[in-house]
Design a protein around this ligand. Structure first.
Ligand code: NAD
Length: 438
C-alpha cells in the first residue's frame, strides 16, 4: 500500500520506518525540515533501539522518503496516518491544534484527488475528538462525506519509547476504531502479518482504550512507588514484597510498571492523565483516584530531592536525563525536573546521558535542549568519567551499562539509587548508598 505518515516524531518515524520495512511504500511528512532532511539522508530523527539501521535500510531501498509537503504525500498515497503531537494546554486540556491543522491540509488534498483515501488517526485524543472535531474539518475541506467519499479510522499507538521498533513488530494488541467497515479493512491491511489480537471497535471506543492504558500505567507506577516508600520507612524490602505479590498466579497481574523505582514522566502518561482528569471535571464526573496519580508522582520526585539533601554534599553528578533509558526524549522527564529542583537549590550539577548527547549531535533534539533547557545544556558532560571526577554524590537515574560498570563502591562518592541497581542488595550494606525504594 502507498502510505503517507504525517508527523515524523517518536511515533511517526517509527511507524513510517516499520511500515516501509513491512513492504509498504511510505512518504513521511513533517513541518520540521531537520527531521525531513535526516530521514532523506537515511538517518533517524530520534534515538531508539534499531531505528537507525531500519531507516538507513528502507531509505536505501526507496521504500521510505520524506517531504514537507502534505499535498504531495496525500496525492501519492491511499492512506494517511496522522501522528502529530497532542500536548497539554496550560489548563491540562488536550491541545488539538496540530490535529486540526493536519485535518485541514489532508482534507484539501483529498478534494483534489481521485479514488478513495483513508485518513487514520494514530495520535492520542479524547473520545469524541475524531467524530466531533476532525471529521467535520475533513468534510469541509474535502467537500465530501466521511465514510462514503473518504475513509476515517482511529488506530491508537501502544509503542513504548526505548523498545518501539520491537513493539511495532510484536504489538500487545491492534485497536481499530472504524467509521465504516471499509475504513477498518484498510487499517487491518496495513498490519497484515503482524502478531497480536486485532480489535475492531467504534471510533470513540478506540480513542478511550488508549486512555485506559495510559491511566492504568500511571496508576501502577504510583502504587508501586508509594508502596515502596512506605515499606522503606518501615524497614521492609519492597522489591521482595513485590516479587511475592507478583508471583501469585491467581492474581495474574502483569509485573510491568509495578517495580518501585523513580517517578514516571515522558510525553504521554502525564499529559494523558491531565487531559483525562480535565475532561472528567468538565463532564462533572468525580475522579479522586485519577486526580491524585500526578500529585503522587510529584511527591515521589520530591523524595529523591530529599535523599540528595540528606547526603549533605553539594557537588552532584546525575546519570540519565531523558524520561527513561533507551530514548533521547526529554519531554516531561522526571530527571529534568529533578535536575531543575537541585539546580534551583544551588547544587553544583554535572549530567551525563549518552542518548541526549547523541541526539544533540544529530540535531533533532538540539533546538529543544537549547531553547527549553539552556540552563541544563551547559551542565551536560561528555563522559561518565567527567561526572565521576566532579561528584561527591552520584544520582543514578539510568541502567545504561556504561554507567553501571563505572559506578564505584564505598562512600565516596555517595550513590543515590533511583533505579534499584542490579547490585542494590549488596550495596545496601555500604555506608555511601541511599536507595529511593528498597
Ligand atoms: P512528536 O512531537 O515527537 O512528533 C510530532 C511531529 O508532528 C513533530 O515532528 C511535528 O513537527 C510534526 N507535525 C506537527 N504538525 C504537523 C503538520 N501539520 N504536518 C506534518 N507534521 C507535523 O510526538 P510523538 O511523541 O510522536 O506523539 C505523537 C502522538 O502519538 C501524540 O498524540 C502522542 O500522545 C501519541 N503517542 C505517543 C507515544 C510515544 O511514546 N511518544 C506513544 C503512543 C502514542
Amino acid at each position: 500500500m502507498r502510505i503517507s505518515v504525517l508527523g515524523l516524531g517518536y511515533v511517526g518515524c517509527v511507524s513510517a520506518a516499520c511500515l516501509a520495512g513491512l513492504g509498504h511504500e511510505v512518504i513521511g511528512v513533517d513541518v520540521n525540515q531537520v527531521k525531513v532532511d535526516l530521514v532523506n539522508d537515511g538517518r533517524a530523527p530520534v534515538v531508539e533501539e534499531r531505528i537507525g539501521e531500519l531507516i538507513a535500510e528502507v531509505v536505501r531501498t526507496g521504500a521510505l522518503r520524506a517531504t514537507g509537503d502534505v499535498r504531495e504525500a496525500v496525492m501519492g498515497s491511499e492512506v494517511s496516518l496522522v501522528c502529530v503531537g497532542t500536548p497539554s494546554e496550560p489548563n491540562g486540556s488536550l491541545c488539538t491544534t496540530y490535529l486540526e491543522r493536519v485535518a485541514e491540509q489532508i482534507g484539501a488534498a483529498v478534494a483534489g484527488r481521485g479514488g478513495r483515501h483513508t485518513v487514520v488517526f494514530r495520535s492520542t485524543m479524547l473520545p469524541g475528538t475524531c467524530l466531533n472535531l476532525l471529521v467535520p474539518i475533513l468534510e469541509k475541506h474535502a467537500g465530501g462525506t466521511a465514510g462514503t467519499d473518504f475513509g476515517v479510522a482511529v488506530n491508537p499507538e501502544f509503542l513504548r519509547e526505548g523498545t518501539s521498533v520491537r513493539d511495532f513488530f510484536d504489538p500487545p494488541k491492534t485497536v481499530i476504531g472504524e467509521l465504516d467497515p471499509a475504513s477498518g479493512d484498510v487499517v487491518a491491511a496495513l498490519y497484515e502479518g503482524l502478531p497480536g489480537e486485532v480489535f475492531r471497535v467504534p471510533v470513540p471506543t478506540a480513542e478511550a482504550i488508549k486512555y485506559a492504558d495510559n491511566a492504568f500505567h500511571g496508576l501502577k507506577i504510583g502504587f508501586a512507588n508509594e508502596l515502596g516508600a512506605v515499606c522503606q520507612a518501615l524497614g521492609v524490602d519492597s522489591h521482595q514484597v513485590m516479587d511475592v505479590f507478583l508471583a501469585d498466579r491467581k492474581l495474574n497481574i502483569s509485573p510491568a510498571y509495578l517495580r518501585p523505582g523513580f517517578a514516571f514522566g515522558g510525553s504521554c502518561l502525564p499529559k494523558d492523565l491531565r487531559s483525562l482528569v480535565h475532561a472528567a471535571q468538565r463532564a462533572d464526573v468525580s475522579v479522586p483516584i485519577l486526580s491524585h496519580v500526578l500529585p503522587s508522582n510529584s511527591d515521589h520526585l520530591q523524595r529523591a530531592v530529599e535523599l540528595v539533601e540528606r547526603t549533605g554534599k553539594r557537588r552532584v553528578g546525575l546519570f540519565g536525563l531523558s524520561f527513561k533509558p533507551g530514548t533521547d526524549d526529554l519531554r516531561e522527564s522526571p530527571l529534568v525536573e529533578l535536575a531543575e529542583r537541585l539546580f534551583g537549590k544551588g547544587y553544583e550539577l554535572r549530567i551525563y546521558d549518552p542518548n541526549v548527547n547523541l541526539s544533540r549531535l544529530l540535531g533533532a533534539n538540539r533546538e529543544y535542549i537549547e531553547t527549553r533547557l539552556p540552563h541544563l545544556a551547559q551542565l551536560l558532560a561528555q563522559s561518565v568519567g567527567e561526572v565521576l571526577d566532579h561528584a561527591e554524590v552520584c544520582v543514578v537515574g539510568t541502567r545504561d551499562p556504561a554507567v553501571l560498570s563505572a559506578l564505584p563502591h564505598g562512600d565516596d562518592p555517595v550513590i543515590v539509587d533511583l533505579v534499584h541497581l542490579p547490585d542494590a542488595d549488596a550495596r545496601r550494606a555500604e555506608p555511601g548508598y541511599a536507595g529511593l525504594a528498597w
